[in-house]
Design a protein around this ligand. Structure first.
Ligand code: FAD
Length: 295
């Protein structure tokens, strides 16, 4: 398969919030062999490249942009190398995270269960250092393979990368890079026990999060050093269930911004401002966005 180029792709069709106007172009990258062509296309197209996974952590502006979306769809069955009581799992960035969790459960490989319920692709999970219930993507990684227009494909050991709260830095500088593959070290366990932990995690989330709504997960980070998370602060500042046009802070979980239908990014951004101001006024705390805002 060769690289596919799509002109003026609509971000509202590529993000779980269903928001965003047309980008300049989208390059869909199927295989390693396409990456040479990707470099050439990026320099011909101009614009600003943006790596895209499942768009489950993006809030994209309404109008047209000069973004060139780069979407890896390398989703072949992961390679698994068993070594005693553990295994190395090498997986493409375009592989779905929920699918990876399901596969590991069936193979009796444990570690990722806390990430149950997080949509998105492996590349997006690494880029965001996605985490929940005490598990962070970065803590299970052994190495990451990245592509840059200048240097091509290179492996970076996890110990040479920086991982923080919804933050990943491969140490390659500020230029554009795409996560192409990741390798995880997972421990062997009984598939039934892994499934039970996954089900328990999902049940806990479903009880308190609008898991099937059009959202991008939590929009603000939990402030460091405070016992209350961003959701509780927003709730106590009166933002739970607050509606603006077609957008709202969920009535189930105040830190989830949801598109009720027909919402716009302008409304979403205004609600974020309202939430930030309300929490600042009530608690003197400055909320930082977790959702990636692109325009
Ligand atoms: C219902 C719901 C629940 C959620 N729960 C959680 C949760 O519990 N914990 C959590 O951490 N997140 C959660 N999220 C947010 C989101 O799912 C995660 O951040 C996810 O890892 C994003 O993956 P993605 O493929 O959708 O990335 P995208 O949204 O496509 O991109 C997110 C960022 O990663 C970059 N990126 C994506 N792919 C690549 C790549 N291949 N190379 C380089 N950069 C890349 C993008 O440029 C962008 O900056 C939730 C979202 C939803 C909708």
């Amino acid at each position: 398969m060769t690289l596919a180029l799509i002109h003026t792709p609509r971000l509202c069709e590529r993000t779980t919030l269903r928001l965003g106007g047309p980008a300049l172009a989208e390059a869909v990258v199927f295989a390693e062999a396409d990456l040479d062509q990707l470099g050439k296309e990026l320099s011909c197209l101009g614009g600003r490249p943006l790596a895209l996974g499942a768009g489950s952590n993006l809030l994209a502006a309404d109008g047209p942009s000069d973004l060139v979306l780069v979407r890896p769809v390398n989703n072949a069955v992961p390679q698994v190398v068993q070594t005693g009581n553990s295994a190395l799992v090498r997986v493409g960035a375009g592989f779905g995270l929920p699918r990876l969790l399901g596969l590991c459960q069936r193979l009796g490989l444990s570690g990722l269960e806390g990430l149950t319920g997080i949509p998105g692709k492996v590349g997006g999970a690494v880029a965001m250092n996605a985490g929940s219930y005490g598990v962070e993507t970065g803590s299970l990684l052994t190495r990451v393979r990245l592509w840059t227009p200048e240097g091509g494909l290179i492996w970076r050991e996890a110990k040479d990368c920086a991982f923080g709260y919804r933050h990943f830095d491969a140490g390659l500088g500020s230029g554009f890079s795409v996560i192409w593959e990741a390798e995880f070290l997972l421990a062997s366990d009984a598939p039934g026990a892994i499934r039970a932990r996954m089900e328990a995690t999902y049940a806990k989330k479903k009880a308190v999060q609008p898991v099937t709504a059009r959202s991008a997960g939590c929009v603000f980070k939990n402030p460091a050093g405070l016992p209350a998370g961003a959701g509780k602060l927003l709730d106590e500042a009166g933002m739970r269930g607050r509606v603006l046009g077609g957008m709202a802070f969920s009535s189930l979980h105040a830190n989830f911004l949801v598109n009720l239908g027909g919402g716009t990014a302008a409304q979403a951004l205004e609600l974020l401002d309202l939430g930030r101001s309300a929490v600042r006024a009530r608690f003197g705390v400055e909320l930082e966005t977790e959702v990636v805002v692109v325009s």
